[in-house]
Structure formats: C-alpha cells, structure tokens
Write a protein of this length. Structure first.
Lengths: 452, 360
C-alpha cells in the first residue's frame, strides 16, 4: 500500500472529535468572592456571581444592603500541572475575563432584578480537540474551560424572606468542515504533493435553563436551592479529500470522505442545596451539596465512517490493495453520578469607617465520575480536592467620586488530584497501565461597583 | 404622573461611564494563542515501530534502520542486555565458500559461504548503533557441533553475565564473571524436547527473562512452534510446554510457523510483572512478520492482531526496554555485503514519535 494511501487512511481513522464536558465555572469559579468560598454560596450569594450560582441572589443585595446597580469585572487565570506517568500532560493554562451586572428594581413594594454574567476566555472563542479515539486525555480540563458562557437572569422577591430567580445560560460550541483537494505524488507524498485545504467552522450557541430559590427562615440562616439544566449537543466533523494521485505522470482520481459524529457538548443536570449561617454579624459559614447527574452522559467517543475510492485507469496494470476501513461505533461512557460537598467561611476581619476587610476560605471535594479505563478508551480523570482562600476589600466612603461601594475581591485556590491508577484489561493495550494525577493553581481578581 | 423607577433616579451617565471605563481597564485581551503541543503519552510497547533514521544511527542504509555497518561477515541471531550491549552470532567468509543453492529463498543467508558461526559481543555506547564486535564464545563441546547460534545474554544482579546459546544438541549456558565466558555445564541445559510426540525436536533460539513468579522463563523455538520452560535458578529448567500463540489474524497470507522468540520482562505501573514476547510469524508467501504477545504468568499469552512492524522480512526480533515508554526493537533485515546476500542489523523504536539519541 503506498505511503500516500497510508497517509490518508491514518489521517481518517485517527480523527475523532473530543467533546467538552461541563463548564469552567464548576472548575474555577465565577467571581473571586464565590471562588474563594469554594462555590458554597447558593444560599446567600448576592453579587454578580449570582448569575451563575443562584439567580435568586440578583435581587438579594438590593434588599439586604439597599444597593442598586452592580457592575463587576474581573480576571482569572488557571495553571494545570497534570501528568500521566510523571510526564507533563501539557494541559493548556487558561486566562480570561469575567464580568456582569445586576440591575435591581421595584414596582411599589414588589422587588425584582435583572442580571447578566459573562465568562470569556481571552485565548480563543472556541476550541475543539480531535485526538485519536484511544489517546489519553484529561477529559474535564483540556477543552472544557475554553468556552464562552453567558447567562441572562430575572429574579423576584415576592416576600422579604423569599427570592426566586431563573434564566437562560448560553454556551458556545462549533461545527467544522474540512475540505482538501489537489494532487498527491505517489512516489514522494510528503515532498512533492500539492494540496490545499479549506476549513469552515460555525460558532454555535446553545441554551439551557437555570432556576434558583433563596429562603431566609430566620435572620441568621439562609437556605438556597438551584437547578441547572442538562444540555447534550451532537456535533459532526466532516472531511472530504478530493485529490489525484500522481503515479509517475499518470493521474489516479480518488476521493476520501470521513464523517465523525459525537457529543460535542454535554452539561449534566445539577441540583445544589446550600445553607449559610451567621452566628455573629462578622462570621458567615456555608455548606452546600451538589448533585451532578453524570450518568446521563452517553458517550464521549462517537461514531466514525469513512469511504475511500480510487479510479484506477484501465491502462495501468496495478493492483492497489485498499484495506477495509471499519466503521466505529460510540463507546459508552459509563460515568457515575456524584455529590459534591462544599464548605466556606467568611470573616469580617476589620471594619472601620469606609473600609471593611474580609477573609475567606473554602474547600470542596469532587469524586471522579469517570470509571476505571480498562478498555481502549482513555478518559483521564481523578478525584479532586480544592482548597481556596481569598480576601475582600470594601471601600464605601467614596462619594462624590462614586455614589456607592467599591468591592475588590482576590482569590487563590489549589486543586489536588491524587494519583489514580488506570489498569488495563489487555496486556497489549497501546498505552498500558498508567498513573494520572497532579495539581491545578487558579486565581483571580474581581472588582464590583455597587451603586446606592 | 409617571413614576420614575427608583433605580434610574440614582444612576447618572457620568458616574456610569467612568465606572465602566475603570472596570473595563481591569479586563485583558489578547489575540488567540497557540495551544501547547501534547505531552508525552504512555506507551505499551505494541508499536507500531519506526525504523531509525540515518541521523539517529549514524549509518546510512539500505536497509532502513541499519544499526551496524555492513561487512563481508554474516550476522544472525541478535540479542541485547538491559544496558545495551549487543550479542550476535556471526561468521567470517569461509576460505572455500560453497555455491549458493538455486532453491535457497532470496533473502536467506547461504551459510555454506561462511565459516562456522560463533558468538560476538559489541559494547554499546550513547548511540543505538554498534561497531563490529569481538568473539566471546566458539563451539567446543561435542554436543555443540560446529556452530554456536542465537545468543541470549542475561545480566545478573551480582554483575555476572549469563549467555544462553543454541547449538546442535540444544541450549547451553556460559557465564562471564569478568574474565571471559566459561561454560556452566558439560552438556546442554535443555536438550531434546517433547520426546515421544510429533513435536519432538532440538530447541533453539533461546530467550531468557526473569518474569512472573518470579522465575526464569526460557522461550525457545522447536520445529514450527515456540515453547517455554521454567526455572527457579536459571540453570535447571522444567515444565517444558508448547506456547499457544494463536489469535485473530488480519494478514492475508496464512501463518505456517512461529519462531525466534525475543522476550523482555517488565513491571507495569500497576505493579504487575509481565512478559512481552516479540516473535517471527512465518507466512506461506515467504514473508517474516514480527508480532507481539504478552503474558502475566509466562505461559498464557495474548497475541497482537497486527504485526508491530511494517517490514515484510525482519527476523530475530531482539527487544530492549529503554524505559517504561520507549522500546528499541533490533532485528535482521536483508542486505548485500561484499556482493553476497547477508542480513544487516536494523533498529526501530516505539513509540514512533520518539526521536533518539537520548537513550542512556
């Protein structure tokens, strides 16, 4: 079989789009205050991060603090240090912008609010990976953070102790087509071929609902419940090669068509139940439990079809053996549902005229939903422990420069991934047994203006 | 009177614009960045193997992957120690070479043109290629006949080197404690096997590893098959049996024999001691393909569906496990030396993306 054919078939057989799963806010947080508290803020979030953590909180701040419009902008950075068998997996760091606003209002005594939240990686608008089906990849950390997230929410407060919110969140994904045409030189395929390609990519947006409730049964206690909807978006990657093979001046027309279908984006159902207690006016303690329905995820590895045709001229006494290209079927993910516990504590460390300093700490644990990878597919993931710390600076005596408060939050977090052994059923597995683990640093800064 | 919403009354354009500008200054933007290249992935030694280039070996072929410059001498039956020293059976041109038989397959060596084979050693260095070796063992004992073939060195923890080899009467053993090789016993360690059965024959092409058990596992060829024997000390082998290396086969030409076992033992990340057995699959169309089989007990093997190397005539596979990712696979390939059909030492590497010379 010629090297040219081998080149085409290897290219085609290896191509398998890798879907991105879940979203960056689950991994890195949204807004530095909430990230510092490990995301355990469902019960009493009130800043712009409520657009992700609990839309009901959009209207909370107006009631609790008498504040009006809130505008937030911030930046985040995450540096994975993940490895397989001690070798750096080179998972790309990510950095970008988070921003949003909460706009409260009222009609007589009826309070409502509108919010927008945006998570914008500034490296690219979208990213798709197409590694070979069986290539080990950190399933939650390679493409997942590289997506735009936008949420638009509405919240109401029918009574002083009850807030309800909901809205639509948007995620970005892409659909790609690749077309190649030209001439492949049979004798020198790498050096003398003349090919041109065209890539067409459509950036798509998908929408899913999110709903939240906050209840304050007593002054020192808040309870929150939030639901985020499931999204499963299929994607198709198509490639078409229309080329002539040049065999010492004789043209052999050929076509190669490839179509790979997979789940290009999957967000599981999530339900979070949290509570915040305020034993004193300067301490807040949070606890939260999130249920994530990963078992609904059907397959990260999709189907693959390919068709190769060569029109060998009659005057050419040549037999070119073309091996069968076996269509490939989806491989079940067999992910498991999980509960994610989170705790956080916030302390008013210092309070004086015009200045409040807050200290924050949080912890969360995520048990990996990915089963032991005994077969040919290698979705790499381990359990995750996250410890976060942060500080908040509230400046509230800024008039006439600013008719309101300026809140600056800074956070840092470290995620520890304990080593996980993936033991293969087959002794002839191309990758063999391996150990995956590592760590991940992330941090950020956000500034929020709260107009009175 | 139209009521103005409360929040609008407290919201002035100037403060808003200034605030937005200040907040926007916190954002950062940059043109899209190129993602880093993927990291090194684990590899299970299953290939596909890539022939080393002339840049990597320092030797220009043909054949591809030539790892020892061609000489008028003939070379056969190669094996390597863990440290990378090469042992091979070779022979200089005979004083009175006999004519090549007309029915001898094209790529086979006509040993009648060469002197009796003896065992050579070539010390390895930083590169994957070798210089010509020096003779370390020649046939002496009556049971050995005229030639020694198919050396298999085994480095011992105390620094000794054991050298298993094939001869006319079976498989023998010599040891080198630093002052040259001397035979361990007067006769073969393993003589005729499967006596009284249709498979009876003299074993050859030994390959010995310290594998699961732990125990010494001796793999050998006899007839058209590969067998195995087990030992606690590497000196006395028992429990001789035939290996079942059958399995799914996607090659068009049927398999007529298996031969030339080349074994390497390693411990996986899961702490499991396994044997990887590279071997020749001889086909009805005359091709010699290299396959891989693996076992966690030394006896029951799982065979690869496809050859691990694309070459149609590579023989005497001799693996060297450089580290848990990288496997070098030495073998012999057809070559022309001084106008005669010989076989050259060739080397290939897996994973194929690995670029040498970082070896030792």
């Amino acid at each position: 079989m010629s090297r040219a054919l081998a080149l085409i078939l290897t290219f085609g057989a290896a191509w398998s789009p890798a879907p991105a799963l879940a979203q960056a806010m689950d991994t890195f947080g949204f807004g530095s205050r909430s990230a510092a508290l490990a995301g355990a803020v469902t019960a009493d979030v009130e800043d712009v991060s409520a657009n992700y953590y609990n839309p009901a909180g959009i209207v909370r701040g107006a009631h609790a603090r008498g504040s009006g419009l809130r505008i937030m902008a911030g930046t985040f950075v995450a540096a994975p240090m993940l490895s397989i068998n001690g070798e750096d997996s080179r998972v790309e760091p990510i950095h970008g912008l988070v921003t949003g606003l909460n706009v409260p209002g009222n009609i007589d005594t009826f309070r409502f609010g509108f919010g927008l939240g945006l998570h914008l990686p500034n490296q690219r608008l979208s990213r798709s990976l197409a590694p070979p089906r069986d290539q080990p990849r950190w399933e939650f950390y390679e493409s997942r953070p590289h997506r735009i997230y936008l949420a638009a929410n509405l919240a109401i407060q029918p009574w002083d102790f009850l807030r309800i919110g909901g809205g639509i969140a948007f995620q970005s994904t892409s659909d790609q087509d690749l077309a190649i045409r030209g001439v492949i030189d049979f004798l020198q395929p790498e050096d003398a071929s003349r090919l041109e390609h065209r890539v067409t990519a459509d950036l798509l947006a998908i929408r899913y609902p999110q709903l939240g409730v906050q209840v304050d049964p007593i002054d020192a206690l808040s309870i929150g419940l939030v639901y985020r909807g499931q999204v499963s978006l299929g994607g198709t990657l198509r490639a078409a090669v229309d080329a002539n093979i040049d065999l010492a001046g004789i043209d052999i027309p050929g076509t190669f068509l490839l179509e790979s279908e997979s789940v290009s984006l999957f967000l599981p159902h999530q339900v979070s139940l949290g509570a915040t207690v305020r034993p004193t006016k300067w301490v807040r303690a949070m606890a939260e439990l999130t249920f994530v329905h990963w078992a609904a995820y059907e397959s990260p590895v999709g189907s693959f079809k390919a068709d190769l045709n060569l029109d060998i001229p009659a005057q050419l006494p040549l037999e070119i053996p073309i091996p069968d290209i076996v269509d490939q079927s989806p491989v079940p993910a067999s992910f498991r549902d999980r509960f994610v516990p989170r705790i956080g504590v916030e302390v008013d460390a210092h309070k004086s005229h015009g200045l409040t300093l807050l200290g924050r700490a949080g912890y969360l644990y995520e048990h990996s939903p990915v089963p032991m990878q005994r077969g040919s597919i290698n979705l790499v993931d381990t359990n995750r422990h996250v410890l976060s710390l942060g500080i908040g600076i509230v400046l509230d005596d800024l008039e006439p420069l600013l008719p309101g408060e300026l809140v600056i939050d800074i956070h840092g977090a470290y995620a520890f991934f304990p080593d996980r052994l993936m033991r293969k059923s087959s002794l002839l597995d191309p990758y063999g047994d391996y150990v995956a683990g590592g760590g991940l640093w992330n941090g950020g800064l956000s500034a929020e203006v709260r107009f009175r | 009177m139209k009521k103005t919403p409360v929040w609008l009354a407290r919201f002035t354009p100037m403060s808003t614009a200034g605030t937005l500008c200040a907040l926007a200054a916190l954002s950062c933007g940059s043109v899209g960045e190129r993602a880093p290249a993927p990291g090194l992935l684990p590899h299970g030694g299953v290939g596909p193997f890539r022939d080393l280039s002339a840049d990597e070996t320092g030797i220009v072929g043909p054949p591809d992957g030539l790892a020892r410059a061609l000489t008028p001498d003939a070379l056969d039956g190669v094996a390597l120690t863990e440290a990378g020293d090469l042992y091979y059976a070779g022979a200089p041109l005979a004083a009175a070479p006999t004519p090549r038989p007309a029915d001898l397959p094209e790529n086979d060596v006509h040993w009648g043109a060469f002197a009796a084979r003896r065992i050579y050693r070539a010390v390895g260095d930083e590169s994957p290629s070798f210089q010509a070796g020096s003779v370390v063992l020649m046939a002496e004992a009556p049971w050995e006949g005229e030639a020694l073939e198919d050396p298999c060195p085994l480095s011992m923890p105390d620094g000794r080197t054991r050298l298993y080899y094939a001869a006319a009467g079976g498989i023998g053993l010599a040891e080198d404690a630093g002052s040259g090789f001397s035979r361990v016993s007067a006769g073969p360690l393993l003589g005729r096997v499967f006596e009284g059965t249709a498979r009876e024959g003299v074993p050859g092409e030994p390959s010995v590893v310290v594998g699961p058990g732990p125990a010494y596992w001796l793999y050998f060829s006899v007839g058209a098959e590969i067998g195995v024997a087990r030992s606690e000390d590497g000196l006395s082998f028992t429990d001789v049996r035939r290996l079942d290396l059958s399995g799914p086969d996607e090659t068009t030409s049927p398999e007529v024999a298996v031969a030339s076992p080349g074994a390497v033992a390693l411990t996986t990340r899961a702490g499991q001691r396994i044997v990887r057995l590279y071997f020749e699959s001889v086909r009805a169309d005359g091709s010699h393909l290299i396959y891989l089989a693996a076992s966690d007990n030394g006896v029951d093997f799982e065979r690869s569906v496809l050859p691990v190397d694309a070459a149609l005539d590579k023989r005497s596979p001799a693996p060297r496990q450089v580290d848990e990712r990288v496997t070098l696979l030495y073998a012999t390939a057809p070559a022309i030396g001084a106008g005669r059909q010989v076989r050259g030492l060739v080397a290939s590497v897996a994973p194929s993306v690995e670029m040498l010379p970082a070896l030792r």
